[in-house]
Write a protein of this length. Structure first.
Length: 401
């Protein structure tokens, strides 16, 4: 597997933490770009003269490609300096956002989202293992939280950011704004990141070994079920909110409230997963099971739909930190490989969920995607219940399975 080399001893504390912040902003940039399409789905579909279901490909296509590129980047980059890999990928992200901003057709937009898929897979996979290289051992936990906090914040704030900018200025300006922001992050990385060479490369045998790890297998299956279930419905959150009776100009503010609830959920899940990982992931799964069911029952009014959206954000906000904690504990000696596998399955879940949700919406209407989302999350809840009752139950709160 990849053998990282220590950051030079002369690297100052300010530069180390500036580098951590730059990596966190890189993950924030790429995931926010991914999520922009969700909050802007309806206006993009209208402008590009395509159906809502077809527009959902803007979410599923880059996610599917990110799943492919995450392990490939770890394998292909070999001993290349991680600093230059991250900078190159951020440069491509600027291009992808710029191309999206001027897209005249759905085909053009999807081509730009293909480039985004490469950036997503590469940045996620490389960033996951950098905390231990950038800061002293006693600060690795905080550095990891900042780096993956970029993913968590973008996952819950990317949609409302896109929706609000789109509401004020139009969806093209939302992508143009992200192009400018990504360029600023690129400049920050070039200034702040120290050299990050490695002495050896990850091997296919190491990936195969971790794929045979039962704890890793369970973490990947839970990731697939929960993420696919969420995106089967959340890809179409804008039309779902409009079906609850909200006018279009309310959607941005509602999704911002969802984002705030999601950050709170991320904080609570992070605290809970430290001591009670299985219970914390179980609560997240239960929340994602009940939310679509309750939306079907009480989501036909603005009040009911708004309350359920907040609960939805609270539940999904803990997914990234809870499941990444599971994976790191499942493979403590192969965190970079476990991270690449997790990123791959996470994005497969996004792609499958968005695609299946689009098929359900086009074939049977909006309520069908809620049934699908609830069913997938319920499967994860049942799996966690089986783990809790089986010989694989954690011997302590610090072991996932």
């Amino acid at each position: 597997m990849t053998t990282p080399l220590a950051v030079p001893a002369g690297t100052g504390t300010l530069q180390r933490w500036s580098a951590v912040l730059a990596v966190g902003l890189a993950t924030f940039s790429v995931v926010t770009t991914e999520m922009l399409a969700v909050g802007l789905l309806t206006p993009i579909a209208d402008t590009l003269a395509t159906s809502t279901g077809s527009a959902g490909l803007m979410v599923s296509l880059p996610a599917l490609l990110a799943a492919l590129f995450a392990p490939l980047v770890v394998l292909a980059c070999g001993g290349m300096d991680r600093r230059w890999i991250l900078c190159g990928l951020l440069g491509l992200l600027v291009v992808a956002n710029s191309a999206s901003a001027v897209a005249p057709t759905l085909g053009w937009m999807l081509a730009a989202r293909v480039l985004l898929g490469l950036c997503m897979g590469g940045i996620w996979a490389i960033a996951g293992g950098l905390a231990a290289r950038l800061v002293p051992s006693d600060a690795v936990g905080l550095a990891t939280s900042i780096i993956f906090g970029g993913v968590a914040a973008a996952s819950v704030l990317g949609v409302p950011i896109g929706a609000l900018i789109g509401e004020w200025l139009g969806w093209r300006w939302a992508f143009a704004s992200m192009a400018a922001f990504s360029a600023l992050v690129l400049a920050m990385q070039m200034l702040a990141l120290p050299p990050l060479p490695v002495s050896a490369s990850a091997t296919m045998a190491a990936f195969v070994q971790q794929l045979g790890n039962r704890r890793v297998q369970l973490g990947l299956l839970l990731t697939l079920l929960l993420v696919a279930g969420h995106f089967a419905a959340f890809t179409f959150v804008r039309p779902l909110l409009q079906a609850s009776g909200f006018a279009g100009h309310w959607v941005g503010a509602l999704l911002l409230a969802y984002g705030v609830a999601g950050i709170l959920g991320n904080f609570l899940a992070g605290l809970g997963a430290t001591r009670h990982l299985l219970l914390s992931v179980g609560i997240i799964a239960l929340g994602l099971t009940l939310t679509p069911a309750l939306l079907l029952g009480v989501g036909h009014s603005p009040f009911g739909g708004g309350v359920m959206l907040l609960i939805w954000g609270l539940a999904y906000g803990g997914v990234s930190v809870g499941l990444m904690t599971w994976m790191m504990r499942a493979a403590p000696q192969a965190v970079e490989i476990a991270s690449a596998l997790y990123v791959g399955i996470f994005n497969i879940g996004i792609a499958l969920g968005a695609w299946a949700g689009g098929q359900a919406v086009d074939g049977w209407g909006l309520t069908a995607c809620l049934w699908l989302a609830g069913g997938l999350a319920a499967s994860a809840s049942l799996l966690l219940l089986a783990i809790a009752r089986s010989p694989l139950r954690p011997a302590s709160s610090d072991t996932p399975c």
